[in-house]
Design a protein. Structure first.
Length: 324
């Protein structure tokens, strides 16, 4: 007997045996796997929470990646020259000569020397205000802005500084860029690892829920076998129902994560003119994710729904094989 497309039976009997009544759960128009039960609602809530956490991890990783790329781009376009005071030389002349050499270097857009007062103000966050820096050998800084897209070689500039401006050092921030890249990649790797853990947790929750549903519908499964339904039909029914349940829960979780991200972006933009907003913007930029970030969140929601359906099907087939 071919497997029916949907169980809509009231009763069935063996050809030469006594009549066998169907369980009450297998009535006309009743689904094989009721997803609106308390257990189904609880599983949908668990899936929504796990999807919400996975989406936040993915969105945070994308936010860190974008902010890190912006930081590295800004740092890579700036080079600094530090000139330490030398009692035997005029520091003002050294600053002027170093600035002139920097402006002559290929790929340099502009070179701006900090005044003595500006250099001293850079120390105030660490030393405090109201200090007399006259007796301190405060170095002078020259900030070099590199042209857009240019990758100049500062080897000749370093040699010229060593020859004409003793005590001057050039820092291209390569070490800071490397450390920033390592930190960003580490955070992104942790975010991906957390997303994988959340997906594994969702799969385990589906396994337990599916086995519970199979145990609660054992009589229904027996009757379906009795009237000719095969294991593939039963597994497809569970897969279809759990996929819909997982899609509903993952959509709620992903939607909540996107709404939270939008609200945080609005709050950040409203605080942009305040010191707190400046600090947040310095760390995370505008606190908005790109279209690729939204696409990743939607992909995670679909992936959770697919995992829910596939895991439920595999669990049903294993359960039937064990009980058969």
């Amino acid at each position: 007997m071919n497997a029916p497309s949907q169980p809509r039976l009231r009763k069935a009997a063996a050809p030469d045996g006594p009549k066998r009544s169907l369980p009450a759960s297998l009535s006309r128009n009743a689904p094989l796997v009721p997803v609106d039960s308390a257990g189904g609602q609880a599983l949908a809530a668990v899936i929504a929470i796990l999807t919400f956490l996975a989406a936040l991890c993915a969105g945070g990783a994308e936010l860190v990646s974008a902010s890190s790329a912006q930081w590295r781009s800004e740092i890579a376009r700036e080079v600094t020259i530090q000139i330490r005071p030398n009692p035997q030389r005029s520091i003002e002349q050294d600053v002027e000569r170093a600035t002139a050499l920097a402006r002559q270097a290929p790929g340099v857009e502009k070179a701006q020397a900090f005044t003595k007062e500006e250099s001293e103000r850079l120390l105030e966050p660490w030393l405090g205000t109201g200090l007399d820096f006259n007796d301190l050998p405060v170095p002078r800084l020259i900030v070099i802005k590199i042209q857009e897209g240019a990758k100049p070689d500062f080897g000749n500039l370093r040699q010229s500084l060593q020859r004409e401006v003793p005590g001057a050092t050039l820092d291209d921030h390569a070490l800071w860029v490397s450390r920033l890249s390592t930190m960003a990649n580490t955070i992104i790797g942790i975010g991906v690892f957390l997303v994988v853990l959340v997906l594994v947790a969702a799969g385990l929750a589906v396994i337990f829920a599916t086995r519970g549903a199979m145990a609660g519908n054992r009589e229904v499964v027996e009757v379906l076998h009795f009237v000719g339904a095969n294991d593939d039909f039963i597994a497809r029914e569970f897969q279809r129902r759990f996929f819909r349940l997982g899609l509903r829960g993952s959509a709620i979780g992903a939607g909540a994560a996107l709404v939270l991200t939008l609200l945080l972006g609005l709050v950040t933009r409203s605080l942009r003119a305040s010191p707190t907003g400046d600090q947040i913007e310095a760390l995370f930029g505008a606190f908005t994710i790109s279209w690729s970030g939204y696409a990743v969140v939607v992909l995670i929601a679909l992936l959770v729904a697919l995992i829910t359906g596939i895991v439920s099907r595999l669990t049903v087939r294993r359960f039937l094989n064990e009980s058969g």
